[in-house]
Ligand binder design. Sequence first.
Ligand code: 13P
Ligand code: 13P
Ligand code: MG
Ligand code: MG
Length: 375
Amino acid sequence: MKTTLSIIKADIGSIGGHVAPSTQVLDTVRKHIHLEGNGLLLDFFVSSTGDDIAILMTHTQGVAHPDVHRLAWDAFQAGTAVAKDQGLYGAGQDLLVNAFSGNVKGLGPAVAEMEFDERSAEPFLMFAADKTEPGAYNLPLYMAFADPMNTAGLLLGPEMTKGFRFRIMDVNYTQGDRVIELDAPESLYDIAALLRDNDRYVVEAIFSRSSGEQAAAVSTTRLHNIAGKYTGKDDPVMLVRVQKNFPATGEVLAPFATAHYVGGFMRGSHIGPLMPVPRQTGTSYFDGPPIVSCLGFCVHEGKLTEPVDVFAHPFWDEVRHRAATKAMEIRRQGFSGPAMLPYSELEYGGIVSILERLDKQFRIRPAAKPTPVAV
Ligand code: 13P
Ligand code: 13P
Ligand code: MG
Ligand code: MG
């Protein structure tokens, strides 16, 4: 029996701005999955990070299954109705179409899924980030799966020394899925050359080269490419299987101690440090900072254990302090230079009309004639 893990995530409204969903909305989503998922799911877990609700589901239907996707879509619709009743901000924000059509991909919610034969013990991590984009996971994944400075298992783990295969998506391409597969360690520089560009190239999946098994799955949605206008950042979710033939939990978590700068933050238009936080943490300073939560689970015959909230550990307090300092530092320079995302990423914001208007006011000044020199 193969087990499938599916995370489907959406922002369907929040309290006090883009901060956090209400308890009533969360309960509605949870209740819907509990009642309607009977017979389809083996287990599920609903949580929130910032203003996003993530539904983790286990089942045997394989990835992209219409019934599983519909279940999550309907749960978000039910939650949206409550969000509207409560007058929450951005009710139904990520549900971009009225009718469900077989798969939530392209309809607004973010999706990360994996199907595999369970190992005798199957530990995995569920990540959810808010006020950032899918490329926020690029650096942590590179460090965890390709860098022996971070991951001792690349040297010590006999099943890991062959390295990992990265599947990377060009998320700017909108006609279909444009992907490339590159092997670490041989193609390390090629991988790095792509992954430096978080806006465009995003790790979609990682596979063990010794067994071929999938280790990681990341959501790669680009909301503004779907909606044709800016509707919110594509706050990403990720699944990572850990231990044995994969990096250890701590090796996957360690890169998050960098609190690296990512795109997102206020109005999805700035750069801010990614702060690791316990689950159900909202956002605050400058609609941020960008946050990431991580829950550890084991799954056995499709049944989930209770989660362990790994970023709730006291170690991360120090990282959070550093992230807060980094956030305030970059905010000191307001709109200037690297504090804000480049024009291409602000394509649908008000700044476009300002720049279009100003463009017409520019004039080309005739080159000054050189003054003749008296002889
Ligand atoms: P334990 O000895 O606590 O099982 O840890 C093993 C390990 O490899 C930790 O990274
Ligand atoms: P979300 O994408 O999390 O809804 O945030 C949008 C925003 O504009 C925050 O300032
Ligand atoms: Mg929102
Ligand atoms: Mg969000």
